[in-house]
Design a protein around this ligand. Structure first.
Ligand SMILES: Nc1nc2c(ncn2[C@@H]2O[C@H](COP(=O)(O)OP(=O)(O)OP(=O)(O)O)[C@@H](O)[C@H]2O)c(=O)[nH]1
Ligand SMILES: [Zn+2]
Length: 293
């Protein structure tokens, strides 16, 4: 049976990309009975006599799935933060990072609107970029005015499924628009939905950019720690996670315990103090939430 990738879902139809064909399909009735729902990003087996009346017959195994936006097999999340308007916030960035780390998906940090900063602000942002790179994250500074700045993102997208996420107004659509000259699938939907935001049709679509696929949805804009346990939080700060084995007490939460390797690293500056403070504030949030229930 032929197989392809669901690249779009809209009004009960799934659009399957298989090499050069683009086939409109319905899910087979059995899926509903089994409470299985095909997702954009799913590899599927399908049957089709022509390009508009296909049926999805089988869903292949998923590596992961995001709930919001609903996409399967996501390789990375492009986290867009603007340098200014809205102002860059490491607190918000860390909140997103924890959420993404917990989902097991790799983040890439994009700092947009670098054309708006003055020299001092630029130096600050570059310092932060170095901190996050030292932790092990990929960080990219971009500006929609700078074609090069956008184009050197392309290798990051190759052969992967990426989801763009970030607060409203940070420049997610602008980024996709700047990358658009490289779009390879040519359909009307694409140009209209890139102007999304204002209209409300809820559809999810993967755009072909270079040899990668990028979800055009606005993605998640806020995150809460509903499913994270206090004792796991440290695992989602990579530089804390690597020190946990050296803490004296098993189950150390790195607050007031003695001989804590994490606090030692904060003391000697190898863990940034603002990262540690964010860890403490998220920990407190998780505890408050527990108390409420
Ligand atoms: N100066 C400058 N302005 C930018 C840049 N990127 C985006 N903007 C502006 O920022 C505003 C918001 O950009 P959008 O691309 O709509 O932001 P978004 O993240 O898609 O916003 P939502 O659709 O609300 O989630 C627009 O006025 C853009 O022109 C940039 O690199 N430099
Ligand atoms: Zn500790």
């Amino acid at each position: 049976m032929p197989n392809g990738l669901i690249v779009k879902s809209l009004s009960g139809f799934y659009y399957v990309q298989d090499e050069d064909s683009y086939i409109q399909c319905r899910g087979r009735g059995l899926f509903r009975k089994q409470k299985r729902k095909p997702l954009v990003g799913d590899r599927v087996e399908y049957e089709a006599e022509n390009n508009t009346d296909g049926y999805i017959m089988e869903l292949l195994e998923r590596k992961n799935e995001l709930v919001r936006p609903p996409i399967a097999n996501v390789d990375q999340v492009l986290l867009v933060f603007s340098a200014l308007e809205p102002d860059f916030s490491t607190l918000l960035l860390d909140r997103f990072l924890v959420h993404i780390e917990a989902s097991g998906i790799e983040p890439v940090i994009l700092i947009s609107k670098m054309d708006l900063v003055d020299e001092k602000q630029e130096a600050e942002i570059r310092d932060y970029a170095l901190h996050y790179e030292a932790i092990g994250y990929r960080v990219r500074l971009t500006s929609k005015e700078d074609e090069q700045g956008v184009n050197w993102l392309l290798p990051d997208l190759d052969d992967r499924i990426s989801v763009v996420a970030g607060q409203s107004g940070v420049g997610k659509s602008s980024l996709l628009n700047a990358l658009k000259p490289n779009l390879q699938i040519e359909t009307d939907e694409i140009s209209t939905h890139l102007g999304r935001g204002k209209h409300t049709t809820r559809h999810v679509e993967l755009l072909s950019i270079g040899s990668g696929l990028v979800a055009d949805t606005p993605g998640f804009s806020s995150v809460e720690f509903t499913e994270i346990e206090a004792e796991d939080l440290g695992l989602y700060f990579p530089e804390i996670a690597t020190r946990i084995p050296d803490c004296k007490f098993r189950g150390c939460l790195h607050t007031s315990e003695p001989k804590c390797a994490v606090k030692d690293a904060v003391q000697d500056g190898t863990i940034q103090s603002y990262r540690y403070e964010h860890y403490l504030s998220f920990l407190e949030e998780i505890r408050q939430r527990k108390r409420r229930y």
